[in-house]
Design a protein around this ligand. Structure first.
Ligand code: NAP
Length: 248
């Protein structure tokens, strides 16, 4: 049984989709949670209310993860209002899909800055408290696209592959301080992010998935909760696919 009581977690991009499910799952297992969002304040507030109804503490924290100063302020506020920081989940992410020929520099930059540099800023700011505590659990949400690549997603796949390199490096750098760093790589999960994918892509994805269904945000959240817990105390630098066995 996973027990996260007396743990404080920060989940980036927790207003919607997978991040929302992670925040709720961690709270259900006993953690107090800082719910980060970029623009959707009302959605983040709804997640906070749901967590408070479980009897846990929660705050909504606005920050653009691309902005280092905003990230530093977010970590400071989390520690100030929730008392500590034990678990960091780098989930905030976006896509700007296009074939390379038509991909603009700004499509490249915003995806790399959000998905990869954002995680770097968050880990950099959070590690101080984790080192002080001699305890930390960092989970980065990558993607099967970061492992296998994907046509039309050169920016996204590069950011997610980079996140795997970051995960393995942080695991080596902070392991001696009892801080683990792992990545979770979801397959296709229906959320706002994937709402506009063509029907043909979905049919193909289902055909390649031995478990014969699409994943849910909750499927991903359960894997994150495991890696964020003491049950995973001797696991670091790993990439856990949550993709129904998809051959991608
Ligand atoms: P989503 O439904 O579009 O939600 C994205 C979340 O990220 C929102 O909470 C959004 O906040 C936040 N966000 C975006 N830009 C941000 C920024 N600059 N600063 C802070 N927060 C920001 O996406 P999702 O499908 O849940 O994806 C979550 C993560 O899982 C992403 O890293 C994604 O790459 C990864 N993933 C998803 C799938 C999938 O099939 N869905 C598969 C593999 C990996 P606002 O609500 O305030 O805009």
């Amino acid at each position: 049984m996973i027990d996260l009581s007396n743990r404080v977690a920060l989940v980036t991009g927790a207003s919607r989709g997978i991040g929302r499910a992670i925040a709720l799952q961690l709270a259900e297992l006993g953690a107090d949670v800082a719910v980060n969002y970029h623009a959707n304040e009302a959605a983040a507030q709804e997640v906070v209310e749901q967590i408070r109804r479980m009897g846990r503490q929660a705050i909504a924290v606005q920050a653009d993860v691309r902005d280092e100063k905003a990230v530093q302020a977010m970590i400071k506020r989390t520690i100030g209002e929730l008392g500590d920081l034990h678990i960091l989940v780098n989930n905030a992410g976006l896509t700007r899909d296009n074939v390379m020929m038509r991909m603009k520099e700004e499509d490249w930059d915003i995806v790399l800055d959000t998905n990869l540099k954002g995680a770097f800023f968050c880990i950099k700011a959070a590690q101080r408290q984790m080192i002080r505590n001699r305890y930390g659990r960092i989970v980065n949400i990558t993607s099967v696209a970061g492992i296998s690549g994907n046509a039309g997603q050169a920016n996204y796949a590069s950011s997610k592959a980079g996140l795997i390199g970051l995960t393995k490096s942080v695991a080596k750098e902070l392991g001696s301080r009892n801080i683990t760093c792992n990545a979770v790589a979801p397959g296709y999960i229906p959320t706002d992010l994937t709402a506009n994918l063509p029907e043909s892509f979905l049919e193909q994805a289902l055909k390649l998935t031995p478990l014969g269904r699409f994943g849910t945000a909750e499927d991903v959240a359960k894997a994150v909760a495991f890696l964020a817990s003491d049950a995973a105390a001797f696991i670091t630098g790993q990439v856990l696919r949550v993709d129904g066995g998809m051959i991608f």
